[in-house]
Design a protein around this ligand. Structure first.
Ligand SMILES: Cc1cc2nc3c(=O)[nH]c(=O)nc-3n(C[C@H](O)[C@H](O)[C@H](O)COP(=O)(O)O)c2cc1C
Length: 322
């Protein structure tokens, strides 16, 4: 049964979905595949207990996987009816995708689908080259097309406030044994590992203390220090509301933006520290309240190629539905 199910178009879509980003590459998802539909489940055993006790980041990741699954189906000429959080009695069932007919893929969908295997988190220094207006517009449009908002942050008072919160959260986490232990258990893994972050994906330490501080747990202090761009373009993914449903939705918006950036030749990384300590999360939420609920923060610019981070095989995260 499993082989027959996985030999369908759904197999390719699930495979593509597993390339979605997730914090520390935890891959907090499971797929249950039927003849004509896929269920996407939150894998509670892979939610970061310290950094992500409410599974917010895990639901963002699953939303990114859902967007990627749907995109792969569309690129394959299939339209799916998506339902987010379809069953209030089963809150870890985050979405269903039911095959609903044929679809003529658009050039935008094909470009985004081609970007899926080329999208990688790039924690290394970016060049100082500014992101041009046309690219910025394409990223904002990608978010809007998915029902979200991308707030681009250039140096300003708001930028300084966000940067200060990133610094504050990084400081708090560096001094918290729980955070340090959890991060250490998912990072510094050997190349080719199927989950967690390999040492090869870690960044060199900064030569000078830059304005934006990257996650120290993702730095490799054995590498020679390098200069980082001083004021990278920051971007906040914002949705209208808060809550689990919106977190899955926000993950879809986030992935569309990340893929649009990849298609445009841009490099991206995440700055999630302020979401992971209560005080900084509340302050960040307040800062963006005028636009809605801030869901994630990204760093965007021009980088150099980075190694691929592994994934568990689609078979290992899939069960067949009778
Ligand atoms: C919600 C979310 C938060 C993340 N936060 C961070 C972060 O704060 N710092 C970081 O370096 N990477 C962060 N990442 C990136 C993951 O570590 C990365 O997606 C994972 O290692 C897989 O690698 P890939 O994105 O290159 O495929 C985050 C990813 C997601 C989805």
């Amino acid at each position: 049964m499993m082989n027959r199910v996985l030999s369908t178009v759904l197999e390719r879509a699930v495979e593509s979905a597993t390339l979605a980003p997730s914090p520390h590459n935890t891959q907090p998802w499971r797929f249950a595949v039927g003849e004509e539909h896929v269920e996407l489940w939150l894998d509670r055993g892979r939610v970061l207990r310290v950094a992500d006790p409410d599974a917010w980041e895990a639901r963002l990741s699953c939303g990114a996987a859902l967007f990627t699954l749907d995109l792969a189906l569309r690129a394959d000429g299939v339209f799916a009816d998506l339902r987010i959080c379809p069953d209030p009695a089963r809150t870890d069932l985050l979405a269903t995708a039911r095959l609903a007919g044929n679809h003529r893929s658009t050039s935008d969908e094909r470009a985004l689908a081609e970007a899926v295997p080329r999208r990688h988190t790039n924690r290394r220094p970016f060049s100082g080259r500014a992101v041009p207006t046309a690219s910025r517009h394409r990223l904002e449009t990608a978010a809007l097309a998915q029902g979200g908002t991308l707030v681009l942050l250039d140096p300003s008072a708001a930028y300084d406030s966000v940067v200060a919160l990133i610094r504050r959260a990084e400081f708090l986490q560096a001094n918290d044994i729980g955070h340090r232990t959890e991060s250490a258990s998912w990072t510094g893994r050997p190349a080719g590992c199927p989950d967690g972050v390999p040492a090869s994906s870690a960044a060199p330490p900064p030569l000078l203390d830059g304005l934006v501080v990257m996650r120290d747990s993702h730095a490799n202090h054995d590498l020679p220090a390098r200069a980082y761009e001083q004021q990278p373009l920051l971007a906040a993914v914002v949705t209208s509301n808060a809550g689990p449903h919106e977190q899955v939705h926000a993950g879809m918006v986030m992935q569309r933006v990340l893929l649009a950036a990849t298609a445009d030749g841009l490099a991206t990384s995440f700055l999630s520290q302020p979401f992971e300590t209560a005080g900084t999360r509340a302050a960040l939420t307040k800062l963006f309240k005028y636009r809605g609920q801030v869901q994630t923060l990204l760093r965007i610019g021009y980088g150099y190629p980075v190694p691929v981070t592994g994934r568990r095989a689609a078979n290992d995260v899939t069960t067949a539905l009778e």
